[in-house]
Design a protein around this ligand. Sequence first.
Ligand SMILES: [Fe+2]
Ligand SMILES: [Fe+2]
Length: 437
Amino acid sequence: MNDPTLHFSRRKFIRLCGGTIAALTLGQWPSAEAAQQRAAEAPLRQKQHVAHNLRGGLDIQYVRQLITRDPAVSRTIMWQADELLGSVRVEYRLPNAARSLQTEASYDFFTGADRSFYIYSSTLTNLTPDTAYEYRILCGSYGTDWFPLRSAGRSTCRGLLFPDSQCIDYNCWRKIALLAATRNPDAELFINMGDLVDNGQAQDQWRAWFDGVNGICEHLPLVPLMGNHEAYSLDWEYCLPRDYLHEFTLPNNGSSRFAEYYFSFDFGPVHFTVLNTQFEELDGLRPGLLDEEIPWLRQDVRSSSKPWKVILMHRDIFTYSDQPDGPDIGNIFMPIFDELKIDLVLSAHLHTYRNRGHIYNHQPADHGPVYIVTGVAGDIRYPDIWINPTFDKVVAPQPETDNYITFEASPRQFDLRCFLPNGDEIDHLQLQKQVKK
Ligand SMILES: [Fe+2]
Ligand SMILES: [Fe+2]
């Protein structure tokens, strides 16, 4: 289902731009100190750099919550350090309670293409649904401040969603993320649709990305999708997404070859299925992803009793190119989405916002999944992407700026809204369904 009208190949575009972007990101990329200075000076900043001093002279960095298969009863906490920490664990409790529990943390010494450091992970289990907790990191007799943590409820879901956040200057990402979080203090999770960073093996970029969600990722569970830019090496060749896989502990998909490449989770009345669309990048390095993923998708969705079924995937169903630069995602997945009665398919990759409405059997319809391309949350834009008059019901004002999305679900209703940085709402999708009694 290729669109023949837009005359550029994304693969060719990345090849052509790679040198320029590499020069910007690798040669002139601001140092961590410069990024810290920028953060301290920026008016939107609420806190300083994300290093949390343990009062024992050791700093831990980038404390974050990660989604689990059932976030009503469990939550993964991760953080990083340049030094090996002894006797590390997570302590958690009801707010200000005298009694607390502790869990051990595992660690991994990660040697990336340009930096080595320790990554720690600990999963809290047996939480009570819809309950406020607080947690902190302990190292020996020292500890961080307490951070809030709320377990998911069973009947509602309120979240933030950010499309591609890859940047040349991650101030753009920081500002849109903080705007969205500040305007939506009741958000319970946040999703990033892949291409979190422009070069997935550049640790300075990952650190700039984490700086952008300082004050957010400690409080809300993150759902990070893998995009194609997570599978590029520093010299812009395809590579396995080592940094992404080490940075995030993600729900178990039962696969021995592609653990954490794709996964699913529940949140309130919604079952989210996160697909991996990086076949082009990965097939020459680790073949078999698509063959493994399709039967898993069918089994995963059919086994869920949640009223809402939502697909999250980085690449879109249309290529918008006369020179397809990868497998035809639409022809592969759209018949399966019809078969599984998926409610909503959210994609990214094109750096544009499009609401295509319902599509069934490859045609506009009054039923079937609703397809939305979620826009761009970074400063890398692809200009003049063709508007498809057959499918594109809502298109962001041109030329596009960055955007973010909010969503709220109850068993009967699903609302999704798209906002510009100035607060303008440019789209509101509302889906409703009858709930069987
Ligand atoms: Fe992208
Ligand atoms: Fe992409």
